[in-house]
Design a protein around this ligand. Structure first.
Ligand SMILES: C[S@@+](CC[C@H](N)C(=O)[O-])C[C@H]1O[C@@H](n2cnc3c(N)ncnc32)[C@H](O)[C@@H]1O
Length: 212
C-alpha cells in the first residue's frame, strides 16, 4: 500500500469524495481565477475546481498521489521548498496542513507565490475543534465511514488516529496537530486575515499584508 511521507494512504484519498471544499473555494474567489493548490493529493479537490472553471497548478511531494491528478499542471515538490517562478491570484492550503509543525514554512511558501493583492485560502482546525474532537467522533463521507480513536491532548497539541472503512477495506491514519493564534502566525508570514469563508470557521481568506 502506497503511503505519503506524512502518512496519507494514496488509495484512501482516491476513494474519498470531496466534502464541499471545492464549492467553498470557488465561492470565495473570482470566477475563472487560476489556483495554486498546495498538498493536492490525488486531486480530490483539484478535479472539481477544474470543473468549476479554475486552471489549477497542483503541488504535492508524493509522485504516487500526483499520478492520479489529471487536467492540472502538476509539480512534485515539498511545499516549504517550493519556488516557482510564478505568482498566482489564488493559493489554496487545505487539509489542515497549517495545523502541523511546518506551519510557518507553509504560510511563507504560500505568501511568496501570491500575486500582489492575491488571496490565500486556508483550511484549518479552529480552536473550538480541539475542544470538541473525541474518541468515537467521525461520520461518513460518500461510502467511506470515518471514526476517530486514541485522542490524546498535550497542551496545544492533539494526537489521534482516524480509521476509514470502505466495504472490506480499512485505512488508519495517525496525526498530531496543534492549535495556534491565527493573526500572529499570518503576520509573521507577511499575511493578514481577511474573512471567514465557511460558516464553521474551517476556512478563511488572507491577503498579503503589503504590496510586494
Ligand atoms: C491529507 S492529504 C490531502 C490531499 C488533498 N488536499 C485532499 O484534500 O484530498 C495531504 C497531502 O498533502 C501532501 N503534503 C503534506 N505535507 C506536504 C509538504 N510539506 N509538501 C508537499 N506535500 C505535502 C501529502 O503528500 C498529501 O498528499
Amino acid at each position: 500500500m502506497s503511503v505519503t511521507p506524512d502518512g496519507c494512504p494514496v488509495d484512501l484519498y482516491r476513494a474519498l469524495p470531496p466534502a464541499g471544499e471545492p464549492e467553498v473555494i470557488h465561492g470565495a474567489i473570482p470566477a475563472g481565477a487560476e489556483v495554486l493548490e498546495l498538498g493536492c493529493g490525488a486531486g480530490r479537490v483539484t478535479h472539481p475546481l477544474l470543473a468549476l472553471g479554475h486552471p489549477v497548478v497542483a503541488v504535492d511531494e508524493s509522485a504516487e498521489m500526483l499520478a492520479h491528478v489529471t487536467g492540472a499542471e502538476t509539480v512534485c515538490a515539498r511545499i516549504d521548498e517550493l519556488r516557482l517562478d510564478r505568482r498566482f491570484p489564488v493559493v489554496v492550503l487545505g487539509s489542515h496542513l497549517v495545523n502541523g509543525p511546518d506551519r510557518q514554512a507553509l504560510l511563507a511558501a504560500a505568501r511568496r507565490h501570491l500575486a500582489p493583492g492575491g488571496q490565500l485560502l486556508v483550511e484549518w482546525h479552529p480552536p473550538a475543534w480541539f475542544d470538541q474532537v473525541a474518541d468515537g467522533s467521525g461520520g461518513q463521507l460518500g461510502e467511506v465511514r470515518i471514526a476517530v480513536e486514541g485522542v490524546r491532548r498535550n497542551g496545544d497539541r492533539l494526537s489521534a488516529t482516524v480509521v476509514y472503512r470502505l466495504g472490506e477495506r480499512t485505512w488508519k491514519q495517525s496525526f498530531t496537530c496543534e492549535t495556534f493564534p491565527l493573526e500572529p502566525a499570518l503576520e509573521r508570514a507577511g499575511l493578514r486575515f481577511e474573512r471567514w469563508v465557511a460558516a464553521d470557521r474551517d476556512w478563511f481568506s488572507a491577503r498579503p499584508s503589503n504590496a510586494g
